[in-house]
Design a protein around this ligand. Structure first.
Ligand code: G1P
Length: 273
């Protein structure tokens, strides 16, 4: 099963990501998929026979849930073909996107819907005219799992200016403990840069490398800015973070929350004995 289809409480992880885009006003969604990812297309497709069955049974709750998944927005699909890295995947969107700024959301990063991120990034892109990345502070020893940014504070603004980006540096080479997470709002100039970006770390075409080129470019499409995110983020590609996402979100859900919190309290108390 593709990891994007892993259930987080009562829906697959990818549905949270699509919902986040739609909530930020981005209703035209292009998914870059690959081998064995057909389950994603099926999930967002209508199943008239199931809908008819639920309607006949009078199960309004389940009917609304499956219709919600298929009514989210206009979803298009393109296959990546050769898995040559995130930069290569983004380049596959070029024809669809055209000459406009666009957002990139990585399917294994979940941002809690109660925390603001994407709308802030879209606003920063519109105001700066450059590209925008999202950053979190991580313990320094974890930085080599992420793209890493060196930045300068912009006085009076809710964003920082990116001076330098490096993909998954060794701890001793990392310019900071600011890690790039899976949300980007990019100027279309990134496409030309990606076309000319040679394979980098892991022999893959890295989006981070293309953004480093744009960070030091002046004029049209140049400049990279960062929004430092201090809200809740879950990485469903990491087993522990995935489990925390399921428990946290279930604890806060209206129907499951009270029962689960009660049980968890007792369970945790038993663990200490
Ligand atoms: C990608 C990016 C990396 C970023 C990370 C966030 O890496 O290349 O810069 O920090 O996503 O999740 P991946 O995790 O796909 O190896």
């Amino acid at each position: 099963m593709p990891k994007e289809m892993l259930p987080v409480v009562d829906k697959p992880a990818i549905q949270y990501v699509v919902q986040e885009a739609v909530s930020a006003g981005l209703t035209d969604v292009l998914m870059i998929t690959g081998r064995n990812k057909r389950a994603l297309e099926d999930h967002f497709d209508r199943v008239p026979s199931t809908e008819a069955l639920l309607e006949a049974k009078g199960d309004a709750g389940k009917l609304a849930a499956i219709q919600h998944a298929t009514d989210l927005g206009e979803i298009h699909y393109v296959r990546q073909g050769d898995p040559k890295g995130l930069g290569h995947a983004v380049l596959r969107a070029r024809t669809h996107v055209g000459d406009e700024p666009f957002a990139v959301l990585l399917g294994d990063d979940l941002i809690d819907e109660r925390d603001e991120l994407l709308t802030t990034m879209i606003d920063v892109q519109a105001r700066t005219g450059g590209s925008v990345i999202a950053l979190i502070e991580v313990p320094k020893e974890q930085i080599s799992a992420y793209g890493c940014a060196d930045m300068t504070v912009v006085e009076g603004e809710n964003y920082v200016k990116i001076n330098h980006l490096v993909e998954k540096p060794a701890v001793e080479d990392a310019p900071s403990n600011l890690a790039v997470i899976g949300r980007y709002v990019l100027h279309p100039a990134v496409f030309d840069v990606l076309e000319n970006t040679p394979p980098g770390r892991g022999d893959e075409i890295q989006l981070t490398d293309a953004l480093q080129t744009l960070a030091v470019r002046e004029g049209e499409g140049g400049g990279v800015y960062g929004v430092v995110f201090r809200g809740r983020r879950y990485d469903t590609g990491d087993k522990l973070s995935y489990l925390k996402a399921v428990v946290t979100l279930a604890c806060e859900s209206e129907d499951l929350g009270p029962g689960l919190r009660d049980w968890l309290g007792k369970f945790a108390a038993d663990l200490k004995k």
